[in-house]
Every structure is written in structure tokens, then in C-alpha cells.
Design a protein around this ligand. Structure first.
Ligand code: SF4
Ligand code: SF4
Length: 372
């Protein structure tokens, strides 16, 4: 059984949240990592420009300070996106990060985009025991680091159900080819009976794959579609879903296999911050209201146990009425006890955890240790 350390956001006068995060990391065994004179990548998501739910720069700053105190050389990293947006190449990505507040001054570290200028600087990493991805394509700067730290914003996700350590690691460290590889099963379809021709989906599609022929309804060109899933979250009428009902399940399995490629054979540590729990990914240039109140911060050496614990903590929280999931409940949707599935019913939020455990990435059984 893996240990997951947790603290909420209550503080006493004089103790900041970043200080509390360092205390959590210490209790979780952070100082046992071999950091002295090692290159340490802190993998996070800088938020698409316009989104306001990504983690503030004070969180990576705290992690970086702690790494430096223990003799390590930290840097911040993320890989480019599959879809056109503000993070599709290193120049735009760095500009977006700066506009979202991530600079050398604010974080105390350099930022290296993991897969380089155009998303092609990658390492092909064999994945032992893989069912879907025997070779994973991972951003080179991330693979070059001696120690890997995942610093993830835990929130909802329109394809994976939730985003945490596994999503931040598996999908987030994939180069553009790696992201294509993971998304390739997830091309969507439109339910024409539900579609109202509002054009919201085409605005989200960076691949010009959605058109509106004579019937005025959305039609997806599956040749042009990259399977990024953004249109699924964009449709206010739930008219778009994966073409294959297995697509989201396979996506989760691939995320687990890519995570294994990133973390195997080197020291790793994982932190999830459960605040601003938006219904969808920080990849959106907007964010809907949080679906539950802020929960806290959790850390572990086991990414599967960490995500499972955070999932359970979120499931135990009371959802907000004025939110995406609240709207679904108001329309009569059942409270299943699975918050993220209630939030995005088409998702499979179990497969990454299940497959992660199957391939030896970690354990779903955990002991939750609460820190004041
Ligand atoms: S049609 Fe949807 S899934 Fe396909 S590329 Fe466009 S936004 Fe992404
Ligand atoms: S967002 Fe949904 S309802 Fe609007 S055009 Fe696209 S599929 Fe149709």
C-alpha cells in the first residue's frame, strides 16, 4: 500500500500556502530524493492564455526553492500542444507562460519547452509491458533530466475524466507525435439530432475539421481531425462524443503507458494541487466555474496512488450547484458518487488508474496521511 500525504488549505497566521506545500513535501519524504548536483525537471502546465485556473507560479517556485536547497538544479518544463493554440511551439509557449506569470523572476528557474521549438525534439522510449504503445515519444529535455517531479493541477477533463499526475506526465510529456499517438483512438462524432448548429465546436477546432453543410449541423472530417477532443468540451448541447466507445478507455491506458515511459528508471516525485477544480482542462482558453470547493494539496512517490487519493477526496466533496456538474444534477442526472463522470458522462476516468496498476506504475491502494 502506497503512502499519500495530504494537507488542506487552512493556514495559521505567518504560514503561507507555499510554506505549507514544502512542509507537505518534507513529510512525504522529499529529502530522500538524490537531488544533489542533479538536473531536476518540474513538469507542469502553464495554462492556455485566457484560462485562469492553472496553478500560480508560487507553487513551482516553492518546489524549485526546495530542490535548490537540497543541491539540485531545477527547471520548469511542459511540451507543446497537439492543436493550434497559444502553446503550439516553443516561442508561443514561452510567451504564453510569461503572460500567465511564469518567468525566471517569478519562479526562480529557467523554463525549457520539453519537445523543442516545433514539438519534434523527442526521445523514443520503450515501454515495458505496454499493450498499446510499445514505444513512447517523449520531450527530450524532460527525458534528459536526472530527476522527474510532476506538479499537477488536479481538475476535471473532458476526455480523461480528470487531470492529475498521470495526465500531467503521460500526455503532458509527450511530444507532438506522442500526443497524436495517445489521441489517435479518440476522433469524435456528432449526434445530428442533438446538434443545434451553434458553431461553438468549429471555433475550438484548430484543424479546420468541422464544417456546416446544407443541413447547418456540424460535420467532422475525420481525415483532418487530430482527435484532440477540444470540440467535445466545447459543445454546450452534448452533441459530440468519441467515435468509438472504447476511445476514452484506450486513451487512459495510453496515458498510463506514456507515464511509465517518463518515470521508469529514475527518481520521481508527484504533487497534486486540488484547487479551482474546473470541469475541463486548463488547455482551454477559458474556464468554467469550479465544480467543488478547493480541497488541498497531496504528494506521493506513487502517481497512481496519488491520483486515486485525489479522486476519492474530490468524490467526497459537495459539488457546487452553479457549475457544469451542478447543471447536470439540476436536469435530473444521477449522483453516482463519481464526480468526474457525472461532470463529463462520456469519459472513462478509471482506465488510466487501472492500467497504470496493471503495468506496475503504482498501486490504487493507499494510506492517506493528513498533515496539519
Ligand atoms: S474535430 Fe474536434 S477532435 Fe477533431 S481536431 Fe477538431 S476539435 Fe479536435
Ligand atoms: S457545438 Fe455542438 S451544437 Fe454547436 S454546432 Fe457544434 S456539435 Fe452542434
Amino acid at each position: 500500500m502506497s503512502k499519500v500525504y495530504f494537507t488542506d488549505f487552512r493556514t495559521k497566521v505567518g504560514i503561507s500556502i507555499p510554506e505549507k506545500l514544502k512542509r507537505l513535501m518534507k513529510e512525504a519524504g522529499f529529502e530522500t530524493l538524490p537531488l544533489d548536483h542533479k538536473y531536476v525537471v518540474i513538469k507542469m502546465h502553464f495554462g492556455e492564455f485566457g484560462n485562469l485556473t492553472y496553478l500560480r507560479p508560487q507553487y513551482p517556485r516553492a518546489v524549485g526553492e526546495y530542490v535548490k536547497k537540497l543541491g539540485g538544479f531545477p527547471f520548469l518544463s511542459d511540451c507543446n500542444t497537439l492543436y493550434p493554440g497559444f502553446r503550439k511551439n516553443a516561442l508561443d509557449h514561452l510567451q504564453c507562460a510569461a503572460m500567465d506569470g511564469f518567468t525566471r523572476d517569478s519562479t526562480g528557474m529557467e523554463i525549457l519547452i520539453g519537445d523543442g521549438l516545433k514539438g519534434t525534439d523527442e526521445v523514443d522510449v520503450p515501454v515495458e509491458g505496454a499493450k498499446y504503445c510499445p514505444v513512447a515519444h517523449i520531450g527530450r529535455a524532460i527525458m534528459d533530466a536526472d530527476v522527474y517531479i510532476s506538479l499537477a493541477h488536479f481538475k476535471g477533463h473532458e476526455e480523461a475524466g480528470f487531470g492529475g499526475a498521470l495526465k500531467n506526465t503521460g500526455m503532458g510529456c509527450g511530444s507532438r507525435a506522442g500526443k497524436m499517438d495517445q489521441h489517435s483512438s479518440g476522433k469524435p462524432r456528432v449526434d445530428l439530432d442533438k446538434c443545434r448548429g451553434c458553431h461553438m465546436c468549429a471555433k475550438e477546432c484548430g484543424s479546420d475539421a468541422i464544417t456546416y453543410p446544407d443541413d447547418g449541423k456540424a460535420h467532422i472530417d475525420l481525415e483532418a481531425c487530430k482527435g484532440c477532443g477540444r470540440c467535445i468540451g466545447a459543445c454546450p448541447f452534448d452533441a459530440i462524443s468519441p467515435l468509438s466507445y472504447l476511445a476514452n478507455e484506450i486513451l487512459g491506458c495510453k496515458i498510463a503507458e506514456y507515464s511509465k515511459a517518463v518515470v521508469s528508471g529514475r527518481p520521481c516525485f508527484y504533487i497534486n494541487i486540488i484547487n479551482n477544480v474546473s470541469p475541463n482542462c486548463d488547455c482551454h482558453a477559458e474556464n468554467d466555474a469550479a465544480i467543488i470547493p478547493d480541497v488541498g494539496m497531496a504528494a506521493s512517490f506513487d502517481p497512481v496512488a496519488l491520483d486515486q487519493a485525489c479522486l476519492d477526496l474530490c468524490n467526497a466533496a459537495e459539488s457546487f450547484r452553479n457549475s457544469q456538474v451542478g447543471d447536470r444534477y439540476a436536469k435530473g442526472a444521477e449522483h453516482t458518487g463519481n464526480l468526474f463522470k457525472d461532470n463529463n458522462p462520456e469519459v472513462d476516468d478509471d482506465s488510466a488508474l487501472r492500467h497504470g496498476e496493471e503495468i506496475g506504475l503504482g498501486s490504487r491502494k493507499y494510506e492517506l496521511i493528513r498533515i496539519k
